[in-house]
Design a protein around this ligand. Structure first.
Ligand code: MF3
Ligand code: CO
Ligand code: CO
Length: 278
């Protein structure tokens, strides 16, 4: 059974209970999501051949500190960085390190900033210099999948409609959807109810209601969907070592549709779209 509670009354995750947020929550998420998106914008010019992901991590940390925010991943379950940097066949939770990025790499940067207690969670793909046509295509399809998922996120629909829309886009392009990681409720908690699967059947799952706030963050692979976790306990990679991409927004369900909290202030969310227009 699913129950709903007024988010103002709720402090930590309770299995099967989905918080419903009011105007204060939406305002908090606008601010936190906006700052996260500004930080991801700032990183666009910093991602280039020769730069280490450790440097990107430092830039994200400094940005957070300078804006009165805290990176949610820092010391989260033993994680020790401000961002996740997932390169090429890394699906998610790649850790910043002192190895330099190389021309042709594709890297997902995932950042969650806490502002006044609200968590803005977003990630984007960053091409490192010139990338291959197939990498470009993977990134395009990943963004299209996220967009399709967001378009399906309407009051009265179900979480399964979001998953089905994403799966349809990805599999229609002969790519695959990772099963092992899901989107999640977000707000005054980093990971809350509901889980948002990036595959599924229309009309199934949890009904979407105004006031629900969650992420959609599909991971799309060029090859098979299977992942494994490396011995560091964090880094998830594709089992077949094919390329993987991800994009993430934090969104809120309104009376009539959806509000995206992590839109890029500079219009840089999809790097390939901005390349074409420049
Ligand atoms: N930001 C990730 C998400 O989208 C979570 C990262 S948790 C970490 O849910 F510990 F790996 F950083
Ligand atoms: Co994230
Ligand atoms: Co997330």
């Amino acid at each position: 059974m699913i129950t709903f509670v007024d988010a103002a009354e709720k402090s930590r995750r309770t299995q099967g209970v989905i918080p419903l947020h009011g105007e204060a929550g939406f305002a908090g998420m606008r601010k936190a999501g906006g700052l996260t998106a500004a930080a991801l914008d700032m990183l666009v010019d910093e991602v280039k051949p020769g730069v280490t992901t450790a440097r990107l991590d430092r830039l994200a940390f400094d940005f957070a500190r300078d804006h009165g925010a805290l990176p949610a991943t820092l010391f989260y379950k033993g994680y020790r960085y401000s961002i996740c940097t997932s390169i090429n066949h890394v699906v998610c939770h790649g850790m910043p390190e002192d190895r330099a990025l190389r021309e042709g790499d594709i890297v997902n940067i995932d950042l969650t900033l806490i502002v006044d207690g609200w968590y803005g969670d977003s990630s984007r793909m960053y091409p490192v210099g010139e990338i291959s046509r197939k990498a470009e295509r993977l990134i395009e399809v990943t963004y299209e999948s996220l967009e399709a998922g967001i378009r399906a996120a309407l009051p009265g629909k179900h979480t399964g409609d979001i998953g089905a829309a994403i799966q349809h886009k990805a599999e229609g392009a002969m790519m695959s959807v990772v099963r092992d990681f899901v989107g999640h409720g977000v707000g005054q908690l980093f990971h809350d109810e509901p889980n948002i699967m990036h595959f599924g059947k229309p009309g199934t799952g949890v009904p979407l209601k105004p006031g629900m706030i969650f992420t959609i963050e599909p991971m799309i692979n060029l090859g098979r969907p299977d992942v494994k976790i490396l011995s560091d306990g964090w880094t998830a990679v594709t089992r077949d070592r094919t390329l993987s991409a991800q994009a993430e927004h934090s969104i809120g369900i309104t009376e009539t549709g959806v509000e995206i909290f992590t839109l890029s202030p500079k219009g840089l969310f999809n790097p390939l779209a901005s390349r074409k227009s420049s």
